[in-house]
Design a protein around this ligand. Structure first.
Ligand SMILES: Cc1ncc(COP(=O)(O)O)c(C=O)c1O
Length: 375
């Protein structure tokens, strides 16, 4: 059977990985500054992570959400502590970023019994029905997904948000604290705080999509914590399992659950929890968020005089190098000639950098030397 051909692929076949490095089937070694779309948080095949998953698999890998699974509570406790959100939120576990957002907009709608969602230009929230309908990319919205009540507004225009909320039918406002796929644009602190105020005053839920920007990637546990705002609902996923498919939604305490309100077969399995707990343990033990801040400062310093570089966008280790020209060819040369993985974005001039969060300054040197030769 052939594969349903939806992915344009680079001609590289990774068979082994460790830390910030990946080896292909010919034995060539690559520096991974992309982490498989920002998923690898504590480094490939981290020993603590491997041991946790192997150990869990030899005991019990899965049972449904109909039994007691204390690993879920352990994960919630550790997540609450490291994120600083423990007192104010409850955790619902699922298996992907789109599913986290799907549940987020659903919870909001159950809560306030309204249905329209305000989302933003260049935003990306996933490909399932609700998540894709709030994503600003008509090309990936099928007719069956096109009927949800959604309004897409330009980022950082608070008057437009106020005008839409005044119509009385808005259930939630969803925004990425740092846009990922869209190209690393960010809402301003002033905008986020004003959105928080207007949503609170009107019983509209503020959903901060931390699927990509969460889990330490920005240098704080959640990127919105740089702005002094609190969300009603926080979807997260990518860094949470270091490659194991796990997602989650933090739901503020004023939103009450009821039996059957949400559900999933696979979410919160024993194996998924073991992966999630190992990630949080390593993040704490290795003080990973400090490394993100340190490597960010080093990176900014090293790249600032690169020829043709317009600006460095993003925060922490969720970065975009914006050049004066399209970077498609540069990315190809980096991967095939210099053995370095980087990412692209909707903005064709942007090179996306999403390395494992324990990447070193020496790894950044390898990248900067390659760019100096290439540019
Ligand atoms: C901000 C954001 N939300 C949601 C998603 C969807 O996540 P997933 O691909 O796990 O469904 C992504 C994926 O790139 C994302 O960047």
């Amino acid at each position: 059977m052939k594969l349903f051909d939806v992915y344009p692929l680079y001609n590289v076949t990774p068979v082994k990985a460790q830390g910030a490095y990946v080896w292909d089937n010919k034995g060539d070694k690559y520096l991974d500054l992309y982490g498989g779309h920002g998923v690898i948080s504590i480094g490939h095949t981290h020993p603590t992570y491997k041991a946790a998953l192997e150990n869990q698999l030899s005991n019990i890998g899965f049972y449904s959400n109909a039994i007691q699974n204390p690993l879920q509570q352990e994960l919630a406790d550790k997540l609450g502590e490291l994120s600083g959100c423990g007192e104010d939120y409850a955790l619902f576990l699922c298996s992907s970023g789109a599913e986290a957002n799907e549940n987020a907009i659903k919870v909001a709608s159950f809560y306030n019994q309204k249905s329209r969602v305000i989302a933003f230009k260049n935003g990306f929230h996933g490909r399932t029905s609700g998540a894709v309908s709030i994503t600003d990319n008509p090309k990936i919205i099928a007719p069956i997904n096109a009927h949800n009540p959604v309004t897409i507004l330009p980022l950082n225009d608070i008057e437009l948000v106020k005008a839409e909320i005044a119509k009385g039918d808005v259930s939630s406002v969803i925004v990425e604290p740092i846009q990922g796929v869209g190209g690393l644009d960010m809402p301003t602190t002033e905008f986020l705080q004003a959105v928080r105020k207007i949503t609170q005053e009107n019983n509209v839920c503020l959903i901060l999509d931390e699927v990509q920007s969460g889990y330490g990637r920005s240098g704080k546990f959640f990127a919105h914590q740089h702005h002094g705002v609190k969300a009603d609902i926080i979807p997260m996923a990518k860094g949470m399992g270091n490659g194991f498919p796990i997602g989650g939604v933090l739901i503020a305490n004023h939103i009450e659950p009821w039996y059957g309100m949400l559900g999933t077969t696979f979410g919160g399995s024993h194996l998924a929890c073991a992966a999630g707990i190992a990630v949080l343990d390593v993040m704490k033990q290795e003080n990973i968020m400090q490394n993100v801040a340190d490597v960010n400062a080093y990176f900014q310093e090293q790249v600032k005089d690169l020829p043709g570089l317009k600006q460095v966008k993003g925060q922490g280790l969720m970065l975009g190098l914006e050049f004066n020209y399209e970077v498609g060819e540069l990315r190809k040369k980096l991967i095939y000639d210099y053995k370095i993985f980087t990412g692209g974005a909707n903005n064709k001039n942007l090179l996306r950098i999403l390395p494992p969060l324990n990447v070193t300054k020496a790894d950044i040197d390898v990248f900067v030397e390659a760019l100096k030769e290439l540019l």
